[in-house]
Design a protein around this ligand. Structure first.
Ligand code: XBP
Ligand code: MG
Length: 239
């Protein structure tokens, strides 16, 4: 199989962003007079649901007993999530969340070798832009042929929708591509789209079920190992 494209998940894969999301949710809750506080242990449970808006609704339905929902609950959640996104993009813009080891090198090596790159994420386009402007520079979008984010598909991961969207945008078949994910939801999504998937874990996902993954790595600090596992023949390029 000649790999024509690499499709990257974002949160947890390109960077360890979930605690940044978690703290941004908490800032939005506090600003809106809500005594909700998502600590690491609770957030670990809430990550079962992808999408920030969907995660807030999951928290209200499954973890709060006596919350008096406002009449326009959808509008309430959308507003809360928009405030959270503002806090998150501000925090990311301060440069405190670097790309994970090996990610920048892989992206530049693969792009230089003519491999098509794409993004398939549940998070918002604003969050992707904030992270990659810092991590890859202001022209980061030039590196990617497709940028599949958040609400552009009706069903978020573990549904395969976002991966189907990216495949169509690239005009490639699932068998032409590999995906890089960090979570069980992400892996189920890419596998359901028929894409061979490699996993790098993090502290939220290391105990997830990665059945079906082509290989699981702690991270990409040993790119040679990743290249051997994938069959990618990419040389070492200067940073
Ligand atoms: C991970 C997610 C996102 C983030 C929060 O996305 O599930 O919902 O946790 O970001 P990925 P939003 O597919 O990149 O792993 O609040 O913008 O959804
Ligand atoms: Mg992820």
């Amino acid at each position: 199989m000649t790999i024509k494209a690499i499709i990257f998940d974002v949160d947890g894969t390109l960077a360890d962003t979930e605690d940044g999301h978690r703290m941004s949710f908490n800032k939005a809750f506090a600003e809106n007079g809500l005594d909700w506080n998502w600590d690491v242990a609770l957030y670990d449970k809430l990550l079962k649901v992808t999408g920030g808006k969907e995660r807030i609704k999951y928290f209200v339905s499954d973890f709060l007993q006596d919350f008096d929902k406002p009449a326009d609950f959808d509008g309430f959640v959308k507003n809360l999530h928009a405030i959270k996104t503002q806090h998150y993009t501000t925090m990311i813009g301060e440069g405190n969340v670097p790309l994970r080891p090996g990610v920048k090198q892989l992206i530049h090596d693969a792009h230089a070798a003519g491999i098509t790159l794409a993004i398939a994420t549940t998070t918002t386009p604003e969050n992707v832009t904030a992270l990659l402007e810092v991590g890859l520079g202001k022209d980061w979008a030039d590196l990617f042929a497709a940028n599949g984010c958040g609400d552009i598909v009706p069903h978020k991961k573990p549904a395969p929708d976002i991966y189907f969207w990216v495949l169509e945008k690239m005009g490639l078949a699932a068998t032409d591509c590999i995906a890089l994910e960090d979570s069980e939801n992400g892996l189920r999504s890419s596998l359901a789209a028929g894409i061979k998937t490699y996993v790098t874990t993090n502290h939220y996902t290391r105990n997830h079920d990665f059945t079906g993954a082509a290989a699981v790595f702690d991270d990409l600090s040993n790119l040679e190992q990743f290249y051997q596992a994938t069959g990618l023949t990419l040389g070492k390029l200067p940073d």
